[in-house]
Ligand binder design. Structure first.
Ligand SMILES: [Zn+2]
Length: 94
């Protein structure tokens, strides 16, 4: 089996690529798996979206400096956050 991201050879039971860090996805792409991934990422109590929103209001300096200094997994990436904020703004506007 090889990584679809960097084409390096993977261990058989690996969950992540040891070269590029990409998550190994074994599930087929269907609505059920997409919904499961969406709920795990955005509706879970321990998710990065709620943590990012909460910490942007309570300690914005830590979030921004953390992102600049390389903490990329703790908080939601700025592009996704911007897209979600635009979606909520659009819903509120209309
Ligand atoms: Zn890889």
């Amino acid at each position: 089996m090889e990584c679809k991201n960097c084409q390096s050879t993977l261990a058989e039971r690996a969950d992540y690529c040891s070269f590029c860090g990409a998550k190994i996805i074994r599930n087929r792409l269907n609505l059920r798996n997409l919904w499961t991934e969406f709920t795990e990422q955005y509706l879970n109590l321990d998710n990065t979206f709620l943590r990012t929103i909460k910490h942007l209001f309570t300690k914005p300096k830590e979030v921004i400096l953390g992102y600049i200094n390389g903490q990329r997994k703790r908080y939601l990436n700025p592009i996704s956050l911007y897209a979600i904020a635009l979606t909520f703004t659009g819903i509120l506007f209309f």
